[in-house]
Design a protein around this ligand. Structure first.
Ligand code: GLA
Length: 403
């Protein structure tokens, strides 16, 4: 009897996110890294945070092939709103930069077959000083649902971090209550990490579809490797937290921006795919070189990212200075993604037996280079082979058990 009562109490107490979203990592575009809080439309009409910019990105996503390979969300970030709430206490868009309002922008994005994301903050103000949701969580959840929003990133600036374990799940409850499936992106664990508060990833995964754990990305190789190194150090905690419906978010994809080269761009896509991470590009899709577009649209890499088992990969070996091997188990059994990641500034070759990675299937594996779209070979677990990585880049392999 006691057990049943406890079970019922637990069930009542659980307000887990039940939107059915993010069964595989979400893909889309997010304004922040590339366009920041550029609100000066007089000076820079084509690049300021505005409905015009967002519509242009939605158009590019459809017309330039991104939607066809799976990119779906078109997301605002900070600095979209007015500095004041409206007379009913609701958030409202900046009237000069979003003259048609957010609902109409969401309608436009939906009419293109895409989904729309928005940004809020759990504290009194957003990181850039716009109105926060503290004391308005329920109203804001309802407003976003009324507008037809499909994803919410809830940041954590200007708040008491010790209350997040209660406050973020409260927002989960309000989002559930709207009845609209809204993918919930939480910045909560990142703020707890920074405040040295222990992170309960079970609770996070119960309440959020994706969550940030580390510093903001910027358009540089140093920033990308900083994030990879953090994921490496904490993988024993992060890997078990991820799965269909709930994924770690190492932040935006900066491929197509101006700070990283082709090898580094392939490396970011490869590593974010090993991580089972969201692929949220932050770039200017109106102005992107074909080589970067091809990297963003590499179907073989995206297929690994979107593997239905939703398992996050991990570093399994370090082979000398600055060369690591990462492995992600894919569906079905005996199918893997392997990434040889080199942070060296010259090309490197290493020698390895597949069995060193735990690939011991007796009939051997077929190996494909998914970046250069080439068959590599059919190798058994005990043979030594050479693997070459470009300078600051990856060799990424799809390995499947020989039938
Ligand atoms: C924080 C977040 C970033 C971005 C900015 C906006 O720094 O981590 O991703 O949303 O706020 O001000």
């Amino acid at each position: 009897m006691l057990a049943i009562t406890l079970l019922v109490l637990c069930a009542v107490g659980t307000q887990a996110l039940d939107n059915g979203l993010a069964r595989t990592p979400p893909m889309g575009w997010l304004i922040w890294e590339r366009f920041r809080c550029n609100t000066n439309c007089k000076l820079d009409p084509n690049n300021c945070v505005s409905e015009k910019l967002v519509k242009e990105m939605a158009d590019r996503m459809v017309e330039d092939g991104y939607k066809d390979v799976g990119y779906e969300y078109v997301n605002l970030d900070d600095c979209w709103s007015d500095k004041e709430r409206d007379a009913q206490g609701r958030l409202q868009a900046d009237p000069d930069r979003f003259p048609s309002g957010i609902k109409s922008l969401a309608d436009y994005i939906h009419s293109r077959g895409l989904k729309m994301g928005i940004y809020g903050d759990y504290g009194t103000k957003t990181c850039a000083g716009y109105p926060g949701s503290l004391g308005h969580l329920q109203t804001d959840a309802q407003t976003f649902a009324d507008w037809g929003i499909d994803m919410l990133k809830l940041d954590g600036c200007n708040s008491n971090v010790t209350t997040m374990k209660k406050g973020y799940p409260e927002m989960t409850k309000y989002l559930n209550a709207t009845g609209r499936p809204i993918l919930f992106s939480c910045s909560w664990p990142d703020y707890e990490r920074a405040a040295k508060i222990p992170i309960n990833y079970t609770l996070v995964a119960d309440n959020c579809n994706i969550w940030r754990n580390y510093d903001d990305i910027n358009d540089s190789w140093g920033s990308i490797t900083g994030i990879i190194d953090y994921y490496d150090k904490t993988q024993d905690t992060l890997v078990p937290a991820a799965g269909p419906g709930h994924f770690n978010d190492p932040d935006m994809i900066v491929v197509g921006d101006q700070g990283i080269n082709v090898n580094q761009a392939n490396a970011q896509m490869a590593m974010w795919s090993i991580f089972a991470a969201p692929l949220l590009m932050s770039n200017d899709l109106r102005n992107i070189q074909p080589v970067y577009r091809d990297i963003l649209q590499n179907k073989e890499v995206i297929r690994i990212n979107q593997d239905p088992a939703g398992k996050m990969g991990k570093r399994v070996l370090t082979l000398g200075p600055k060369v690591d091997v990462w492995l992600r188990h894919l569906n079905p059994w005996e199918t893997y993604a392997i990434v040889f990641l080199s942070q060296d500034t010259r090309p490197r070759t290493v020698s390895l037996k597949l069995e060193q990675l735990g690939l011991t299937y007796g009939f051997g594996y077929q190996l494909r280079d998914v970046i250069n779209h080439k068959f590599i070979g059919y190798w058994t677990p005990g043979e030594s082979h050479n693997y070459t990585m470009p300078a600051t880049g990856v060799l990424m392999i799809y390995a499947y058990g020989n039938e």
